[in-house]
Ligand binder design. Structure first.
Ligand SMILES: Cc1cc2nc3c(=O)[nH]c(=O)nc-3n(C[C@H](O)[C@H](O)[C@H](O)COP(=O)(O)O)c2cc1C
Length: 335
């Protein structure tokens, strides 16, 4: 396939922009984002075939992932000298359209875009134990500012909220593992052999969860045994943060996905690592309890642990050409 050019970018540059967009995080690495490249704009669509109907029946996390890919796309375009102008949920673009990005003025890249663009390929989910060195307050403020810049809010879990949060995470985890359909969906997309381009590979799974673990409970290696290195337990007091939106609904979820990714790239550029712990926001009852724990005004979208850590293995990605939609694919896609 000859990669289409778009927004005045040569095909190789357009391909690089799509490659960077596709490096965003997504639930079980399903990579639900697709792009339609037209001469003057790029549309972001979701792929109905990449849904995870048991863990994410309302597509909330699918939209978080697509929001994260949109942030990468914006940064990659900015880095390529094109200031992006984004419309979320554009009308009249078919049922899978999530955003439309048009080219604003051409300009030298903003220094922030350069810093964050460099972080895109370095960011990865790190499911290993972190070091016990705390995240300094000024860096916590930088993470909160990154989320704020994208119209969302970062709640840093206070010490007195940790044990209530831990109880909610464990309750949600037990509820999910009690559902055979959840287990079979998780097993299908985790512990994947090398050479696959979707799903979480066993190498990125981190150590096998043990009953005394506080936060990292989900087994991403589909039960494959991997004995824990003695003395390599999880940190006892990680920085736990919740990315929250001010409202519920699709638009806020797309904003929260961009906020999540701006925070993750900021964390990466500052030398931190992170992993998501989603059980508590996937189970309706515990998500509501978490909302109350945070004061009842905000909508929790993603829970993360952040800290200093050792390098983690990457997860694979689809080829940029597989992410490009043609008009026929859009006409065929259902809601
Ligand atoms: C909405 C969302 C929820 C996620 N939930 C979890 C989770 O509960 N546990 C986890 O270890 N990773 C979680 N992840 C991370 C993905 O598994 C990860 O992004 C994907 O496998 C790609 O790997 P990478 O982040 O290293 O590029 C989540 C990601 C997103 C976007």
């Amino acid at each position: 396939m000859v990669f289409p050019s778009t927004m005045g970018l040569a095909p190789e540059r357009a391909e690089e922009v799509v490659r960077l967009a596709g490096m965003a995080p997504s639930l079980h690495n399903r990579q639900p984002w697709r792009f339609r490249l037209l001469p003057h704009l790029i549309e972001l669509h979701f792929d109905p075939g990449s849904r995870l109907p048991v863990a994410d029946p309302e597509d909330r996390e699918l939209r978080l992932g697509c929001g994260a890919a949109l942030l990468n796309l914006r940064i990659a375009l900015d880095h390529a000298g094109v200031r992006p102008i984004v419309t979320l949920l554009p009308r009249l673009h078919g049922q899978t359209a999530l955003a439309e990005v048009r080219a604003g003025r051409s300009d030298a890249p903003d220094p922030d875009a350069v810093r964050l663009c460099r972080a895109i390929p370095k960011r990865r989910s790190n499911r290993r134990p972190f070091l016990s060195t705390p995240v300094p307050e000024q860096d916590q403020h930088a993470l909160a500012r990154a989320v704020h810049e994208e119209g969302s809010h970062l709640h840093v879990i206070r010490r007195d909220q940790l044990s209530a949060l831990e109880e909610l995470v464990h309750r949600a985890h037990r509820a999910q593992l009690g559902d055979p359909e959840f287990r079979s969906e998780l097993d299908r997309w985790t512990g994947r052999p090398e050479g696959e381009s979707e799903g979480v590979p066993a190498a990125a799974a981190g150590p096998e969860p043990e009953p005394h673990d506080q936060w990292v409970l989900r087994d991403f290696a589909a039960g494959q045994a991997r004995p824990r290195v003695p003395g390599k337990d999880f940190e006892s007091e990680p920085l736990m943060v919740v990315v929250c939106s001010y409202h519920a609904g699709r638009l806020s979820e797309l904003q929260a996905g961009q906020a999540l990714q701006r925070m993750l790239l900021t964390a990466t550029s500052l030398g931190f690592v992170s992993s998501q712990i989603s059980q508590v926001v996937e189970v309706d009852e515990t998500r509501e309890e978490l909302r109350r724990l945070l004061g009842g005004r905000l909508h929790p979208q993603a829970l993360l642990r952040i800290g200093h850590g050792t390098p983690a293995s990457p997860s694979p990605r689809l080829d940029p050409a597989e992410l490009v939609l043609d008009d026929e694919a859009i006409a065929d896609s259902g809601p």
